[in-house]
Structure formats: C-alpha cells, structure tokens
Design a binder for this molecule. Structure first.
Ligand code: DGJ
Length: 750
C-alpha cells in the first residue's frame, strides 16, 4: 500500500451530497480547522494559534465566521478557497490544479469530497477534534475523470504538511500542468519575507509588502537553487525573530518547483507551493497517477518559532543523525585536484592530531579527472594518481581512528569522459544533435534512463563494496538547461529528481549507516525532501565567516544546526579574499556541523593549538548545539548579532556575539539573551579561546565575572534588561556560556 492510500481499517466519513464535516487538529500551540461544507472540496478555516477545545458549536462558529461576505458584482455565494483553489468554487486567482485532455477539455476541475479518513480515531459525527494526526481526503471530479488523494498532516511539532496525488480515471490521457497546494493567511499578514541568493552567497533575505497580485518564486534550475525561496513567510509588518505572528511555507522538492504568495482584490491572501512541471512533462495515461511533493507550513510568534517547528520535526525522525556529529576535514580547499598520497596522508595525520573524526576526499580521484574539464561520470579510481587504489589512503585514515568519506557527482558527466563517449544518448538534451550549453564543462546524465541509472549505481556500489566508506559528499554542480530525454525530446526534470532520490536510497539500503551530504555548487540543494534521503547539507562554497554568519543564520530558518555543514577555512577566504582571525572563523563555524577545510601543513603551531581548543569545545558543546532550541536576538539595525542555543529544559545555553560590521553606537548596546527561563538564575561565563578578539574592551560586569567564575543573574534580567555589550572590532566575535543555578544559590548583581 502506498503512503497515500487510505488504510482499510481507518474510519471513513463518506460525505453525503450536501453533508458538512468539520475537523480540528491541534498540537504544540497550533490549530488547523478543516471545513468540508456541503461535501465540497476541503478548505482551511483556520491555521494559526491554537484555539483550545472548540466543541461542535465552536467548530461550526470557526468555520462559519471564516466565510466571506458576498459583495456586489461577484458570484452569488461566498467564495471558498480550497486547499486546491478552483474556479468552480468562485476563486479567480491562480488555480491549484490545471491540465487538459488532448481535445482541450478537462481544464476546469470541480473536485468534491468523496471520503475523509482520520488516522486511528473512530468517527461518529460530522465534527471531530484531535491532536496531531493525518486527515486523508479523496476528492473526485466525475465529469473530468480525475481523482485526487489529499493528505493533511499536523505533526506533533505543530508543523503542518500536505501533499496530493492525482489519478487520471478517464479513458484519455491527461496532461498535468500544475498542482499547487495552498494555505490561507490573514489579511493583516502584510509583509513577505523569503530568500534569494547566488553561488557562494546563498539565502539572502528579502522583504516586500504583500500586495494584490502574485509573488511567484519559480525555479527552473532542475535543483533547489542557490536562490530558492527556502521558506516563504507572510507576517505582521516588522516581523522579527522573537516577535510578530508569521506563517511560512516550504515546498520540499529538489527539482523545478514554485512558492507563491497571492492576494486577490478582495484582500484574501494565500501562500502555496508545488512542483513546477515543464510543458508536456507530466502526461498521465488512463489510470496513471502523479504524486506531488510535500508542502510544509509552519506558524509561530516570530521567526524563531517558525524555525523551531521545522527543527523539531526533523529531529523527531527515526533516521535523524545523532548528536555526536563527527568533526570533519574536507580536503577541497587544501589540495583541490592535486591528489598526492603522501600529502594527503600527512594532512590526515595533522587532522587526527587535532581531534578530527572524519576525513573526506573531494573531487579528482577518478577517471581522467585532473581538472574540471574531463573524466566526470567515470566512477573508477584513477590509475594515474592512485596506482594502488584508494586503499593506502583509506587504511591510513582509518588507522588514525577517523572515518573516510568520498566525493561523487552522480548526476553529471564531462563530454570528455568514457561514459559520455560510450553513451552520448544518456546526456540530457532535446536531441543528440542539440546539446545544451555546457556549465562547468559538464552535462547532465539522464538517470531516468534505466541503463544509465544502473551504470552509475553499479560503479558507485563497486567503490562502496570495495572500500570502508562511511560518508558520501554528493555534489551537483550545474543547473539543468533543456533537460530532456534525448530520444524523445520530452522534459525529464521530474523523473531525474526522483531518480536521484532513488539512487541515494539504493546506496543507503545496500550500505546501512552510510551518510550522504547534499552539496550542489555549495548550497544549491537545501530542502526538506533531499534531507529525507541525505544527512546534511553543505551551506555554501563560501566559507568566509562574515558571509557565513548571514548564510548560516538564514539556512537555519529551515535546517537545524546539526544538518548544516560548517567549516573552518584558511585565514584568507578562497572565495572573497578577506582575511579573518581563527577565532572569528571558528566561532562562526561552531554553530553547525563542524569541519575544517584548510591545508593544515600551512597552519602555524599557534594556529594548530588554537584549532585543537576549538575542536575540543565543539565536542563538549555538540550535545547542546544539536538538541537545543535556536534563538536569535532581535537587535534592530545593530551590527552586533547575537544568537544561541538553549537546552530543552532551559538549563544551559551557548550564545555567540558576532560583530558583522562597525557599530555607530556600540558603547550603548545591551545584550538581551532570548530563550531563558525568567524565573531561573543563570551563571554567565564569557568563553575566550586562543587569541583575544581584537578591540576587546570589557564592561564592568565582565571583569566581575572573571573574578568570580561567572556572574549569576536572574533569567528575567538577562532576558529583558540585558548586559552592557563589550566593544570588539568588526569581524570579531565572543562566546558566552550560561548555566542555570540550582535553587538556593545567592544572586549577585553587577
Ligand atoms: C563544488 C563543491 O561545493 C565544492 O565543495 C567541491 O566539492 C567542488 N564542487 C568539487 O568540484
């Protein structure tokens, strides 16, 4: 049985024509009220703050009071905006489902509700209230020959997610153009916040007014994209980390996709998302079906609350990584394509001496891949650079007590490769005579061709079978242009994306415990579906800590810290040319899955000693970092950014203060530490590792804290009044450890 089917033992409500059913799901401070009035398609009457127990009358009141007035010069009944908005319900905005039959019919669905199932709970009435749970609707349009299974799931974290599967029940093919799911947001959610970006500068926030029309974020790159909307929020104007109601959606798909925010002229506002299908890409033969991606929807008071629901959901999955995320050394910025066994062994020794736990060999170990123009797609160890295979390096690494990881880019080929020469028809193109433009000298290998899939799988499997490899860095370094199956000319991004997931799953199934990193020219494949098949994302090719402060801060709007690859690079950034102290590089990388990407042979003894201290600190703090709640302080335009993690019981916290520019008014700034228990008392200890940050000028409280092994203050003071900020130079940072005092200890004041 597929996940979308209704299990036979589930209670099923079969709405009679005209029957009305109202359901209330509530969990972790969120309520979702679903309304099936008169057996029509389901709408969301409320998605937002929890409503408490409603009872039948309350449920009716919520649904009835969500119905709009009927204005003049409009359809004669109130417009209903379904989860799949349709013209047949009076919606004149973008339809949720569009497609057509060869004769032009079939474009205007009128889906009605055939059945409703609620997981595990007997249903006796038309009103139903429960906690977290899944509601499964079957909708049909008998005239158009369409059936749709819609799952609406409120997770224990209060995160809502929905997905739909469309079946063509008619005798003729149905060409699907779009299936978009939506959630309503209130009229006073007047501001939009989503993300843009580019290579090496991913996830830059952008805010705009939520006005009439459609804010449409379409992605046709065939990958999630460095500029993906990430989370598209609507919220109260001035929405911050800790304040302002916010509603955010995320389309969980790594191929072409869309996010949208739409307001029609009546003021009705929705957020939505779905896969972006290319023309002719999805032809459903009679009886065939299409399963769309999950649309995740997170509500909260402030952006931290929105992020927290995503994090809690990811952390609750059985396959989620444990908190001992190994310190990783990736060799890319250390050696690039210059693979030399002795040099790499030396690097491994230096890494192990610092406490590194995983060593990853990057691009350049296979075929004729001595630079980026050749050999991509030939997953056979190069005899030229590795005459004895990878064994000598892997044995050395493992002998030093580290795990070994290896780079692949399974969906790509150089035209100058054995595989492309033997099978040019496997390259994605409109025809063999019309290759797409190359990007990084490479083309896309069509994994939706079964023989191509089997070839890549078998080559990768042979490497995994032969060597002890615990980790794959899975790269994907170009956009998909004109990505078609060359024999038919038909667009194949949808199939390609599913095939990539299937390949990841096949490798993991054959090698239990194998971890995969999702990398795509840095951070261009960061989404919740790829994380169902992988174990972390590479945030960006830019490891400059100043830029990473911003990229990590916003990547974590969706992704918890343990799934964000975060490395300490060499002093001068390879991407920006900027120079940073080790302290600022390390402190910026600490709030993530820590790694190193630096030729340690060039590091000074003092740097190595300091690096060892940072690695030890990470190991000491990783349990807190990867179970704690991420909190980011609202500090207006201040260039002193303060963020931290607070343990689930609010007993411990680790905060970092990062100066991302030169302050106009730094003498006056106060640090208020969010997320603490106002009733508790905390011991605040500044943590200084290695070289002191330049420009550090201490406020009196800090001196006192140094004398007394920390300063004990009420949580309410730290949270609401705050501490005078020290002065530091730009691109410097500080760390603070906070520990809850057991009751009874004296409170001291600065
Ligand atoms: C792009 C990645 O983001 C880098 O880290 C590195 O793996 C290169 N590709 C290798 O070609």
């Amino acid at each position: 049985m597929s996940a979308h089917e209704i299990p036979a033992d589930h209670p099923v409500l079969a709405p009679r024509p005209g029957a009305t059913h109202r359901l209330h799901l509530t969990a972790s401070g969120v309520s979702v009220v679903l309304d099936v009035t008169d057996g029509r398609a389901p709408t969301i009457a409320h998605w937002g703050a929890a409503l408490g127990e409603l009872g039948e009358a309350g449920l009716d009141a919520v649904c009835e009071s969500a119905v709009d007035v009927v204005p003049q010069n409009a359809v004669d009944v109130p417009v209903r905006i379904g989860i799949i908005p349709q013209q047949s319900d009076g919606w004149i905005g973008r339809p949720g489902l569009s497609g057509s039959r060869p004769d032009g019919s079939g474009w205007n669905p009128r889906l009605i509700t055939e059945s409703i199932a609620l997981g595990g709970t007997p249903i006796t009435a038309a009103h139903f209230e429960t906690g977290a749970g899944t509601v499964r609707f079957v909708l049909t349009d008998a005239l158009l020959g369409l059936a749709l299974r819609l799952e609406v799931e409120l997770l224990p974290s209060g995160l809502l997610r929905m997905r739909a599967t469309l079946t063509n029940t008619a005798e003729t093919p149905y060409s699907l153009a779009e299936l978009t799911l939506t959630v309503p947001v209130p009229a006073d959610a007047e501001e939009l916040l989503d993300f843009a970006g580019r290579w090496a500068k991913e996830r830059t926030p952008q805010r705009s007014a939520f006005t009439v029309g459609t804010h449409l974020r379409e992605n046709r790159r065939g990958r999630t994209g460095p500029d993906s909307a990430h989370v598209l929020h609507a919220g109260r104007p001035g929405l911050g980390f800790r304040h302002g109601e916010a509603w955010g959606v995320h389309t969980a798909f790594s191929g072409n996709h869309r996010h949208l925010a739409e307001q029609i002229n009546t003021g009705r506002r929705i957020l939505g998302g779905g896969e972006l299908l290319l023309p002719g890409e999805l032809h459903l033969a009679p009886g065939a079906e299409y399963a769309g991606p999950w649309l995740y929807a997170s509500y909260g008071e402030g952006l931290d609350a929105v992020a927290s629901r995503f994090h809690r959901h990811l952390r609750s999955r059985p396959q989620h990584v444990d908190t001992r995320r190994p310190v990783t050394l990736n060799v890319w910025e250390a050696v690039y394509f210059d693979h030399d066994l002795d040099r790499l062994k030396d690097l491994a020794e230096r890494a192990a001496a610092l406490g590194v736990e995983r060593f990853v060999l990057d691009d350049g170990w296979f075929g004729s891949r001595r630079d980026d123009t050749s050999g991509l797609g030939d997953w056979v160890v190069s005899d030229d650079v590795w005459p004895d295979g990878l064994g000598p390096l892997i044995d050395h690494v493992r002998g030093l007590g580290m795990e070994f990881g290896l780079w692949f880019e399974p969906e790509m080929v150089n035209e100058d490769s054995d595989v492309a020469r033997a099978h040019p028809e496997w390259i994605m193109a409109s025809s063999l005579e019309r290759m797409p433009l190359e990007s990084r000298h490479q083309q896309v290998l069509n994994l939706s061709v079964p023989a191509a899939f089997a070839h890549v799988r078998d080559q990768m499997m042979a490497i995994l079978d032969r060597y002890e490899i615990g980790y794959l860095k899975w790269d994907h370094n170009r956009d998909l242009l004109e990505a078609a199956t060359s024999q038919t000319g038909r667009a194949a991004v949808h199939e390609q994306t599913l095939a990539a997931y299937a390949l990841m799953d096949a490798l993991k199934a054959a090698h239990p415990g194998l971890e995969i990193e999702s990398c795509s020219s840095g951070g261009a494949r960061v989404d919740l579906e790829v994380l169902e098949h992988t174990d972390r994302v590479w945030v960006s090719d830019c490891i400059d800590p100043l830029d990473r402060q911003q990229m990590n801060r916003w990547t974590s709007q969706l992704i918890p810290l343990e799934l964000m690859g975060s490395h300490i690079a060499s002093g001068r950034s390879h991407t920006t040319g900027r120079l940073h102290t080790l302290g600022f590089r390390a402190l910026s990388a600490l709030f993530g899955h820590l790694g190193i990407e630096w030729d340690l042979a060039r590091a000074t003894p003092a740097e190595l000693a300091e690096l060892r201290e940072w690695i030890a600190l990470y190991k000491e703090q990783r349990e807190l970092l990867f179970t704690g709640e991420l909190v980011r302080a609202d500090r207006g335009d201040s260039v002193l950014w303060l963020h931290g993690v607070v343990s689930p019981g609010q007993e411990r916290a680790l905060f970092t203060l990062a100066a991302v520019g030169r302050s106009d008014q730094s003498q006056h700034e106060r640090l208020r530490f969010p997320g603490l228990d106002p009733e508790a008392r905390y011991r605040v200890r500044p943590l200084l590792l290695g070289e002191r940050p330049t420009g550090l000028t201490l406020p009196p409280w800090w001196r006192r804290a140094e004398e007394e092994d920390g300063l004990v203050l009420p949580g309410a003071v730290l949270l609401r009044s705050g501490l005078a900020a020290p002065l530091i130079d730009p691109e410097q940072g500080l760390l603070f450890s906070l520990t809850r005092e057991s009751t009874g200890s004296p409170t001291t004041h600065p």
